[in-house]
Write a protein that binds this ligand. Sequence first.
Ligand SMILES: O=c1ccn([C@@H]2O[C@H](COP(=O)(O)O)[C@@H](O)[C@H]2O)c(=O)[nH]1
Length: 237
Amino acid sequence: MTPAPIAVALDAPDLETAAHWASLVTPHVSTVKVGLELYLRYGPEVIASVRGASGVQVFLDLKLHDIPNTVAGAAKAVARLKPAILTVHAAGGPTMIRAAVDALPGTQVAAVTVLTSLSEADLERIGVAGPPDDAVRRLAALAVGAGAQALVCSPREVATVRAEVGPDITLITPGVRPAGSESQDQARVATPERAFADGADLLVIGRPITGSADPGATAARIAAELRRALASADRGA
Ligand SMILES: O=c1ccn([C@@H]2O[C@H](COP(=O)(O)O)[C@@H](O)[C@H]2O)c(=O)[nH]1
């Protein structure tokens, strides 16, 4: 069975746990995601540990945000790890995004538009007035114009972003919560089925899977539900 287009966020306190979660979920999902917690604790060795024998796609979610020269250097520093996806913040600006894209030709550079943990009120506090959709759409257009091949947005904005950037850009949505799950620190959430129906290509799901009693079984169940939804929408997975 083709793995479902889900990236499981391996936000684990130690390498053994992350590698164990990766081995449980990789039969069911296309991608595992390494974020700041694991990478800052263990560095590059974490990538081989979670990739394991399965050779699953690794999404390196470092959310780089610095001056262009520094981001280019950081991107080159991770090139040998061959991540399928690397994140940068769209708010770093077009020159910074272009620097990352040019430094990593074999990797999809994904620009994070507006963090899914931020509500409209949070955005107003940091000087971004108006509905999150407006800022997300603006940053998405800027990032694609600078060469980003992928974008990170919440499932609430994915339809708007798809309409803005067209069919060729990979849309990645964290803030995904199966029906009945807690939002936790995520502010802009939707179900996996909603995210896909609205045009997402890759769903990031962490704690609803890794915090469950059986991460392998939970990943299998969410993947199966998604395949059913995709089949009825004729999008295939
Ligand atoms: O806007 C963003 C960008 C990245 N993330 C990351 O995704 C996962 C979500 O984990 P959950 O446990 O499903 O909430 C996490 O690693 C974040 O760093 C995001 O949530 N929002």
